[in-house]
Ligand binder design. Sequence first.
Ligand code: PMP
Length: 392
Amino acid sequence: MLEKFLRHIAQTSDAPMGLEVSHAEGPFIFTKKGKRFIDFISGIAVSSLGHRHPKVIKAIHEQVDKHLHVMVYGEFVQQPQVDFAELLISNLPKKLEQVYLVNSGTEATEGALKLAKKYTGRTKLIGFKNSYHGDTHGSLSVTGRDVYRDPYLPLLPNVYFLEFNSDKNLDLIDEETAAVIMEPIQGEGGIIPAQKEWLQKIRERCDEAGALLIFDEIQSGFGRTGKLFAFEHYKVVPDILCIAKAMGGGMPIGGFVSSTKIFQSFKYDPPLNHVTTFGGHPVSAAAAHANFKELLSGNYLSRAVEIEQTVKSKLKGKGILEVRGMGAMLGLQLESRELTKKVVEECFEKGILLGWTLHSNTLIRLAPPLTIENDLLNEVLDTILEAVERHS
Ligand code: PMP
C-alpha cells in the first residue's frame, strides 16, 4: 500500500509521514498495523471535537439519505446551508451578516480578496511577513514568505508586506488599499499572536484609509483559541472573516463572512461575479451545522483555556524556550532544528502525532482536540518533556 501510495499519489515532500490509516475515533488515529496514535495536531486544527464526533456523523448520514449535490452554489435553497448560516451569523458581531460558502481555506481567501477589490474598486493589497493564506495563486500572492512565492512569480501585482506586530510602514495602508489581510494569530508563521493594541491600530488605519480588514481565521476559528473566533480576544471586528478547517467537523467546507452591503457588490457588473459548483456542499454544510451546534452547547471553549493553562504550566524546562499561543493553538519554541526533529520523531515512535509549522523549523505545533481528557493530555506532555530533556 505504501509503495502504491508513493507511486500514484503525487507527493509534495520527499519524506511524507506515510502513516497507513485504518480508522480514527475521538483523539486517536489507528493504523493498518494496529498501532494507536494520539492525534495532537488534529489534521492541522481540523478535528477540534475529535475524529468522527457522533453528532457530526449522524448529521452526515441523515443528509446523505436526503440529497447530495443538486445545483451550483446559491441558486437553490438547501436546508443545511441555511441552518448553518443562520447559526453562524447569530453568533457573530452585527456587521458580519452573510456567509458565502466554499470548499476550503484557500478558496475563502480567494473570495475575500475578490470581494474587497470589487467593493472598494481598488487593487492594492497589504499582507504580513510570515503569514500563510493558502496555496492557490491569489492566496499565495498575499502569503508572506518568499521561498514559497518566488517559484511562482509573477503573482498578483500591487501587494505589499508589513512586519507583524510592528508600527513600521503602516502608512502603506492608504486610500488606494482595497484590503489588509492577516491572521490574528499567525499559524504557519510559528503560532504568533498579534498584540492587542497593535491590532486595534491596524483597524483604525483601515478605517481612516477606507480599506477593508480581512481576518483569516481558517486555523484559529471555531473554538481553537478559547473563543469562538480569535478576534474576540482583541475586540477588533474584521470587515471580512475567512473560515474553514474545523468548520466542517472533518468535512471539506469553508466560507467568507461579511456585511450585506459589501456582498451586494458581487451581484452586479457582471452578475454572478463569483460562482462555485460545490461550495457549501449539503453534506459538508450539514456536518458544519451539527459541529457548530455541538461547539456551542458543550464546554469546549473553557476546555481550550484549560489546555493552554496545563501546557503552559507543565512544559517548562531545559530546551523549551517558550510556549506560545492561545487556547489549544500552541507552539513550543525549542533551541534548535535538531532538537525539534528528535522530539517530533521520538514522540511519533511512542504513538504521538506532533507537527511542525510551515515557516519555522524550531517550533513544535500543538493542536490537540478540545475533547482531550486530562490523563491523555498529561501523558503526551510528559512524553514531550522527557524527549526534550533527553535530547537537549
Ligand atoms: N489560511 C490559514 C491561516 C491556514 O492555516 C490555512 C491552512 N493551513 C489556509 C489558509 C489554507 O487552507 P486550505 O488548506 O483549506 O486551503
